[in-house]
Design a protein. Structure first.
Length: 498
């Protein structure tokens, strides 16, 4: 009841005219920034930090939260329509959303994503209000072996359900893990795969890899085939979800938050893992498995709902522990410190107006984003009517701008082109792109957790499976790997007995 009373007071703060204005500005800026490849929410919040010096803290953080959620909405727009993720959390949306768009169902994919974000954000924020102390306490108890087990699960899950074979999925993952090795070894400081370049010592930014593999690789693939096939205008389709679409997606919208929220609250990489696991879950549970890879709407609805809920989960650790679990949370933590405020267990007591006003503004921002994005779905979908040479030239331009904006180095453009050529080769030989992106995102973190777990256990391999949580996760991994073989054996025995 105390939390509900505080939330009501928070709505009183969030619904003042000025704070409503900052929420609207945040969601508009976030949506626009999310649409641009490479310029994600973390960069947007960082760029706007100096601008907010003159604002009072509550208004500034309400705007930051609007940018965070808005960028997730915008990132899924280009991911679905152009196969160009605006940020890493939108990578999974391209797998099913882009084939839907090419089949003339881009507006339906965008609507499913928008409602998924709204549902995930609402449920995630309710869980933030109700479960923040409990989830934060659980997050503290999770150690290095558990983080490593979660990442191994993500690797195995994504390589076992994507592409035409597991071997190709593992090959794609190996490409990503190799790219993830570029830079300085975090433990020893030794350079790895930098070829003597100081600019590569910090590694290859995941945004450059995602944009290169998806956007540049797709643009080069289309350019290579333009001479053989004439470009045809893609029909936009109906602007609203039909009854069958809603029947297929409502369970996905409701499942996503319960996958995304817990992962957002623990320091395991933000929205990337839960969106991948949500996609795997939807494929396993769907009655239309044959449509996956060719435009299954559940593969858009579930991951987008999980991504939005994970954003609420990240605020749990940041507000209650002062522990940022994503790049955006880290920038927002710096913003708190800029105002002389230290997030932690006492924040709810010392700054109740700020905290509960921020949480209440999340509900307001969700409504504003749904009202903004749902009617615009058919408008965004008309991007597909642009002739392909102009469309993909524009994609390459924005991809280059986004890659250069990441670090301001000309070498980033060279890396973008090289990664794009790798993406072209992967399309040529049928390798799925997503496992490579997973390898880049989670590979360095998995290596770090592996080393920590081995250090804690004095080099004993048993230290990797010495907790109930890690044992449960590895059991799930074994089931994922062994179930197809077991199913074949069962089918053969049934055929023999018949």
């Amino acid at each position: 009841m105390d939390s509900l009373n505080s939330l009501v007071d928070g709505f009183g703060t969030a619904l003042t005219p000025m704070n409503l204005l900052w929420a609207a500005v945040g969601v508009l800026l976030g949506t626009a920034i999310g649409v641009l490849p490479g310029i994600g929410p973390a960069m947007a919040v960082a760029l706007l930090l100096p601008v907010t010096y003159g604002l009072e803290p509550t208004g500034a953080f309400i705007m930051f939260a609007g940018i965070y959620y808005g960028a997730m909405f915008g990132g899924s727009t280009t991911s679905i329509l152009l196969n160009t993720p605006g940020e890493s959390a939108a990578v999974v949306a391209a797998i099913e959303g882009n084939p839907m768009a090419k089949a003339g169902r881009g507006a339906q994919a965008l609507a499913a994503a928008a409602i998924g974000h709204f549902t995930g954000g609402m449920i995630g924020t309710i869980l933030l209000v109700v479960l923040a102390p409990t989830v934060a306490a659980l997050a503290v108890d999770i150690g290095a072996p558990d983080y490593l087990a979660l990442m191994v699960l993500a690797f195995i899950a994504v390589t076992s359900v994507l592409g035409s074979s597991r071997i190709r999925g593992l090959a794609s993952l190996l490409v990503g893990l190799t790219i993830g090795l570029v830079g300085l070894d975090q433990m020893t400081g030794q350079q790895r795969l930098t070829f003597g370049s100081l600019q590569l010592a910090d590694g290859v930014d995941v945004v450059i890899v995602a944009v290169g593999l998806f956007a540049v690789g797709e643009a080069l693939w289309v350019a290579a085939h333009l001479r053989r096939t004439a470009g045809e205008a893609v029909p936009v389709g109906r602007p609203w979800l039909g009854r069958d679409d809603v029947r297929r997606t409502w369970r996905s919208w409701l499942r996503g938050p319960f996958i995304g929220f817990p992962f957002g609250a623990i320091p395991a990489g933000g929205a990337e893992i839960p969106t991948f696991l949500s996609y795997v879950t939807e494929k396993r549970l769907s009655k239309h498995r044959d449509e996956f890879g060719r435009g299954a709407i559940e593969g858009v609805a579930g991951p987008e709902s999980a991504a939005s809920a994970s954003a609420a989960g990240t605020l749990v650790s940041m507000l209650t522990l002062g522990l940022p679990t994503t790049a955006v949370a880290a920038v927002m933590l710096a913003a708190f410190q800029q105002y002389g405020i230290q997030p932690g267990p006492l924040l709810f007591e010392r700054e109740p107006d700020l905290v509960w006003g921020l949480i209440a503004s999340l509900f307001v921002g969700m409504v504003l984003l749904l009202a903004l994005n749902l009617p615009l779905a058919p408008v965004w979908a008309k991007l597909l009517r642009i002739p392909r040479p102009y469309l993909y030239a524009g994609i390459l331009f924005f991809a280059a701008v986004g890659a250069y904006a990441v670090g301001g180095e000309a070498l980033d453009l060279v890396v973008l082109l090289v990664v794009g050529l790798i993406g072209l080769g992967m399309r040529r030989y049928g390798l799925p792109v997503l496992p490579a992106v997973i390898g880049v995102i989670l590979g360095p973190a998995a290596e770090q957790q592996l080393r920590r777990a081995l250090q804690i256990s004095d080099g004993s391999v048993s230290g990797l499976v010495n907790t109930p949580f890690s044992i449960a996760v590895y059991t799930t991994v074994v089931l994922l790997l062994g179930w197809p073989l077991l199913r074949r054996v069962i089918v053969r025995r049934r055929n023999v007995s018949a």
